[in-house]
Design a protein around this ligand. Structure first.
Ligand code: PRP
Ligand code: URA
Length: 254
C-alpha cells in the first residue's frame, strides 16, 4: 500500500475539517485512520493570545479574570462552532432582499463545575437558545482522579454538545465528562478549554478520539501536583476568588 502523507492534527485557528500539521505525538497516516485521531485547534488569533496572557498573569484579580475569561471563551468558541449545521435564509435589508446563513444547531452547553462556569456566559450570549447541562467533578489533590458530585443534563441524544472546562490537565475530568455524555448518544461533543497540557490531550486522543479539542494554548507539562506549566494556576480559585496555592511547592506559596 502506498504511504500517505503525514498530517498534523493540531491546528492553529483553522477549520476542524482542514488537514493541518500536528504535534509530534499525534502524527498519523492520512486517509482512513485520520478519523480516529482527535483533532485539536489552538486558537492563535492575536486577540486570543492577548487575553490569555492577561489570564496567565498572577497579578490579574478575580473581577478582571472573570471578564477576560469570558472574552477569551468567545474567541475560542468562534473556532469551535465552525461547521455546525447552518441554514440558508432570505432576509429583507432596508434596501433589498438577500440571502444569508443562520447557524441552526441544536446546541447543549455543558460546563464542568466549577471552573467551566467561567465559560458558560460567553456561550449563552452567543447562543441565547442554548440548553445547558451541568456536570460536577472535583479532582482529588493526591490521586488527581475526578470524583463526580453533581449531574443535571437535558436531553442529549442527537444534539451538538459544547463541553466547557478551562483546564485540560491530566484529562481525567474531560474524559470522564465525555464518557457521561456519550452514554446519552449526542450527535457530537466538542471540548472547549483555555489551556491544555500534553498529557490531557493524549488522554483525550486515546479515550475520545472523536471529540475535537479547542484551546488557546497547548502548554509544556504538568507539575507533580497536576497543575499545568506554565499554565495560569487554579482557574476555579482565580475565577471565584477562593484563593489557592496554585500548585506551587510550599516554599513558593503566597
Ligand atoms: C480543575 C479544572 C478541571 C480539572 C482539570 O477542576 O477546572 O475540571 O481541574 O484537571 P484534570 O484534567 O487533571 O482532570 P477542579 O477539580 O480543581 O475543580 P474546580 O473547577 O471546582 O476548581
Ligand atoms: N486545574 C486548574 O485549575 N489548573 C491547572 O493547572 C490544572 C487543573
Amino acid at each position: 500500500m502506498d504511504m500517505l502523507p503525514l498530517v498534523k492534527a493540531a491546528r492553529v485557528g483553522v477549520p476542524a475539517t482542514a488537514p493541518e500539521p500536528c504535534i509530534p505525538s499525534q502524527l498519523v497516516w492520512a486517509g482512513a485512520t485520520i478519523r480516529a485521531v482527535m483533532a485539536m485547534t489552538v486558537v492563535g488569533h492575536p486577540l486570543a493570545q492577548h487575553l490569555l496572557t492577561q489570564l496567565r498573569d498572577v497579578q490579574t484579580p478575580p473581577p478582571v479574570f472573570r471578564t477576560i475569561a469570558k472574552r477569551l471563551t468567545i474567541a475560542i468558541v468562534l473556532e469551535a462552532v465552525r461547521g455546525l449545521p447552518a441554514v440558508e435564509v432570505e432576509v429583507q435589508t432596508p434596501l433589498e432582499r438577500t440571502t444569508g446563513r443562520l447557524i441552526f444547531p441544536d446546541i447543549v452547553a455543558v460546563p464542568i463545575l466549577r471552573a467551566g462556569l467561567g465559560m458558560l456566559e460567553a456561550v449563552a450570549e452567543l447562543f441565547p437558545e442554548v440548553s445547558v447541562g451541568y456536570i460536577g467533578l472535583e479532582r482529588d489533590d493526591v490521586t488527581l482522579l475526578p470524583t463526580s458530585y453533581y449531574e443535571k443534563l437535558p436531553p442529549i441524544e442527537g444534539r451538538h454538545v459544547l463541553l466547557l472546562d478551562p483546564m485540560l490537565a491530566t484529562g481525567g475530568s474531560a474524559a470522564g465528562a465525555c464518557a457521561k455524555i456519550e452514554e446519552r448518544h449526542p450527535a457530537e461533543i466538542r471540548f472547549v478549554c483555555v489551556v491544555a497540557a500534553p498529557q490531557g490531550v493524549d488522554k483525550m486522543r486515546r479515550e475520545h478520539p472523536n471529540v475535537p479539542v479547542f484551546t488557546a494554548a497547548l502548554d509544556r507539562d504538568l507539575n507533580d501536583r497536576g497543575y499545568i506549566l506554565p499554565g495560569l494556576g487554579d482557574f476555579g480559585d482565580r475565577l471565584f476568588g477562593t484563593g489557592s496555592d496554585s500548585g506551587l511547592p510550599p516554599s513558593r506559596r503566597p
